[in-house]
Design a protein around this ligand. Sequence first.
Ligand code: SF4
Ligand code: SF4
Length: 358
Amino acid sequence: MNIYFLDDSKLSGLMRILLGYGRVFASTEREVASNRNSQSGIFVRELTKEYLNSYRIPGFRAFDNFKSFVLPARAKVADYPDEKWIDIKKGKDKTILVGLKACDLASFAILDKVFLDDADFVDPFYKKRRESLILVSSDCTYSSDNCFCNLLGNYPYALKGFDINLSEIDGGYLIESGSSLGNKVLEGLSLPDAKENQISERDKKRKKVLEKLQKTNSEFEKAFSGPDILVSGAFDSDAGWDLGSTCVSCSACTNVCPVCYCFTLFDREGKKKEQYERYMVWDSCQFKGFSQMAGGMNPRFSKMDQFKNRYYHKFFRFFKRYNIYKCTGCGRCIDNCLGDIDMREVLSGAYAYSGKNK
Ligand code: SF4
Ligand code: SF4
């Protein structure tokens, strides 16, 4: 894979080329105001021509996840009574996502396993949206105390899964392509090859962020030593799960999670007489109604059972099915939990009683 140097002044040129492929949505440092307060942070927003010259790629993941580009929070899937699937034709316009971090790329690999890779269950809506994406990732230049990608076998920099990756160094970026489409984009920039000292500067920066992550998470390593973190017996016992008692079933954790994909369907009247529309909307296993069955039976009636289910799905059942954890270690669920719950601490507690540590 060739590595090139992109001078700072040429970043807008790269974005301009990407805009030629379709709409660009980029992770961006910005202030978000509501009628209650304002908050500055890193959020995803559309990058239109007016922002091109001032755009900088943030060194940390966005507050938002990118799953809504393949699994929107609400999307129409059918019209009734025709039972006609809507709009699954492939358009030529692309959706370009910029500033994804390695954990964001890892989330697409996990979602692909569920919605694309099993030939019997390909989701046509997901497929269409996924195939229209161009993924432009960048290295993390810092991590937070809630990041734990290293415990899931990931790194704070991307090694695969991108069309283009950028690594910030002095005066610009090292840039490399990971696909034929990425090659085509880079050809339009005529960039010089990266020098050896620039590559070693990148490697040093990567090492520094990784070492910080390893230090932050060293106390949790044992609980993530796999292959499967939890064993089924731990689900029946309450021992080790006490940290879950502050859960208020708000579903913030599943909404911000880039790999929580559970959804429900609902119908409503359409615009014409006797026409109905079917919608797919995000759901959450943290709601009591999620597992309720006809007749009112509910195998996960208590809040604690709902809480445990999220862990069991991610770290036991999903692993059994796909041989990978359903978690990237992005830490968004820890940042946003109203109950102040840290997934690493919960898993360490459950692990201590699971029999795996004997
Ligand atoms: S964000 Fe926290 S409080 Fe809310 S449902 Fe998830 S674990 Fe419970
Ligand atoms: S479970 Fe938490 S840390 Fe894991 S991918 Fe989801 S939001 Fe990120």
